[in-house]
Design a protein around this ligand. Sequence first.
Ligand SMILES: O=C(O)CCC(=O)C(=O)O
Ligand SMILES: [Fe+2]
Length: 331
Amino acid sequence: MIDVRGLRDGSADGPAEVAAALGRAAREVGFMYVTGTGIPPDLCTDLLAVTERFFALPYETKMATYIGRSRNHRGYVPEGEEVFADGGKDHKEAFDLGRDLPADDPDYLAGNPMLGPNQWPDLPGFREVVSAYYSAVFDLGCQLLRGFALALGEPAGFFDRYVTRPPSQLRLIHYPVDPGAEDRPGIGAHTDYECFTILKPTRPGLEARNGAGQWIDVPPLPDTFVLNIGDMLELWTNGEFVATTHRVRKVVEERYSFPLFFSVDYHTPVAPLPRFVSVDRPPRPGLIAGEHLFAQTAQSFGYLKRRLAEGEITLPDGSLALSSFGHTVAK
Ligand SMILES: O=C(O)CCC(=O)C(=O)O
Ligand SMILES: [Fe+2]
């Protein structure tokens, strides 16, 4: 549990102390809770309220913003759309959005698969509340990134040049309860593809896997967010920070959760920093942040898998298979 107030309170040693705690948790566990974020609890309450209203809409209304209608991966994700490495289909629905770039954005016009405008449902208040939450949690992410830079022994602003218009996605996820579907998991085991994830869940169900291969409960705690390391910080640190594998077990209560996947800019080259490379620890091959995100996404979303199979899109060169990051589990 890390109080991150010190990252922004202006005291001289505040940021360094928080950074040390973030670094320790990122090295040893890869999962932590953060408190003192400055995000108003009312904003989370409002986000849940508009999310409940959205998912309560008729299927056809939600499908008006189906993600497969978007060229840049935004919109409604119906149940069964996502398939994980084990081939299991998730018992959940979601709404995916990101930084709302204008339709004349140069990257969007050039066909970038993750950047561009959001699709918004016709639901009063939804866009306003969701945008306000996105902006608040994104700002928190910028502060945390500065903390992680310090934790790596770099100046606080080390990563700032890579965060101008990143494909950081916010997902609104709904896990319905279906008493007849006893043995279906909620979401398959995976790591997150970006730098780190800031998550607000409403109910228990999330589990993180430790180095011994055991699944550890990550229940929601009041006034906190869950923070976990993703693939890009694992790669930048050559494995010193771990993108911890996690999953959501079958839900017994209706559940919502709100992950913000904090990414660097699409075209950012990510490779181990020199201080994490030695004769004993050769560098892992580098990746382009956005290409990795797109490649992983394209291998798990049905509509993109269809486009891949039909040759409409191709995976970037050097793309990794699903489940290429995370702890090595002791045998
Ligand atoms: O619902 C949750 O608690 C976690 C969701 C998750 O891991 C993800 O969407 O990547
Ligand atoms: Fe995740």
